[in-house]
Design a protein around this ligand. Structure first.
Ligand code: NDP
Length: 333
């Protein structure tokens, strides 16, 4: 499979180029950047032959089978729509778009065109999260009563650009991190939040966008979910907990891009450390996408997963703004 990269981004250089090249028979042919010299140096640094500033030029190359979109969030929709129209398979970064209508349109258009469309939610590919999902699905904690997500981190200095000061580009901790937590909770509980309440604010970094948020979600099963996302917490550590009628799962340092973290199961038998396979999260996500394009299985997170995680994030933002409980609108999905 031959790929074009739409966006000369950090996530592409730090994780995704390696993940694509880790797949058998995958090659990266080209990269798109809005800046010719940045695109050329990105291409040279990563051994990519072609760099373009014109999206159509990248998309009209018939050798490109699939594109990976990792521009700022405001650009995903138009670029994905153009790629779908050109018949390319699309793996798009989260959040899929700025609005639910745009994300819906991307997913429906890909369906109509018959191309594979996926969302890069890396966390559900982690061995830790696969192990947690397995514990829950196998009834090890009984009926799930509640979940708590700890995802307040210190945004690294080199990422303190559009994420903290550019609402129009899609900045803010809600589109950046809450969207991942929404996907992770949906993955573990196999159900979609019904409504949410939330408070957000700036605690030192956000300029015109929130850098911190706490929210509570109700699930159709009756389970309650509590989340905390932030860019300003240097020492909080990340984690996720699930509490059920027969036991509790405590996972620490698992809301991360790396295959790390510890899981403990506590139940009537006592406390046990849960071991799991520590593979590269992005290698797994891109491997499943390549398989899906070959007609084998589905991507780790598909387009509908991306629509739903965005829907939850938008509801959290709306609830924080209005101060009211907000029903999550999935736009028909
Ligand atoms: P970057 O800020 O690195 O890149 C976004 C855009 O900014 C690029 O497309 C590029 O534009 C431009 N840019 C990059 N470097 C520079 C620079 N030095 N000077 C000026 N402009 C620059 O963003 P991220 O890689 O952090 O995020 C990109 C997307 O990926 C977002 O949608 C984000 O939500 C998502 N993401 C997902 C992660 C995941 O694990 N799923 C993790 C991190 C991000 P151009 O292409 O025009 O050159």
């Amino acid at each position: 499979m031959r790929w074009g990269l739409i966006g000369a981004s950090r996530i592409a250089s730090s994780y995704v180029i390696d993940a694509i090249r880790a797949q058998a028979d995958c090659d990266i042919l080209s990269v798109l950047s809005s800046n010719a010299s940045r695109g050329a140096s990105f291409a040279a640094d990563h051994g990519i032959v072609d760099s373009y500033t014109d999206l159509d030029a990248l998309l009209t190359d018939p050798s490109v089978d699939a594109v990976y979109i990792s521009t700022t969030n405001d650009k995903h929709h138009a670029q994905a729509m153009a790629a779908i129209a050109a018949g390319k398979h699309v793996l798009c970064e989260k959040p899929l778009a700025m609005t639910l209508a745009e994300a819906n349109e991307m997913v429906r258009s890909a369906e109509e065109k018959g191309v594979v469309f996926a969302t890069n939610h890396h966390l559900r590919n982690a061995g830790s999260h696969l192990a947690i999902q397995d514990l829950i699905a196998n009834g090890r904690i009984g009926k799930v009563l509640s979940a708590r997500v700890f995802h307040a981190v210190n945004l690294p200095e080199h990422l303190r650009g559009w994420r903290i000061n550019d609402a129009a580009a899609g900045g803010g901790v809600i589109p950046d991190i809450t969207v991942h937590d929404a996907d992770t909770i949906r993955f573990h509980l196999s159900e979609d939040p019904v409504d949410v309440i939330a408070k957000s604010g700036s605690s030192g970094l956000g300029e015109g966008v929130e850098d911190s948020v706490m929210s509570v979600w109700s699930m159709p099963s009756g389970a309650m979910v509590q989340t905390h996302e932030s860019f300003t917490h240097g020492y909080a550590g990340t984690g996720i907990e699930f509490h059920g009628t027969k036991g509790s799962i405590f996972a620490r340092n698992v809301m991360t891009q790396e295959p790390v973290g510890e899981i403990r199961l506590v139940d009537a038998q006592g406390e046990a450390a849960i071991s799991y396979e520590k593979h590269n999260l992005y290698h797994r996500a891109f491997g499943l996408f390549v398989q899906a394009v070959a007609g084998r299985g589905r991507p780790s997170a598909d387009g509908v997963d991306g629509v739903k995680s965005l829907a939850v994030a938008l509801a959290v933002r709306e609830a924080a703004k209005s101060g009211n409980a907000t029903r999550v609108d999935y736009g028909g999905f």
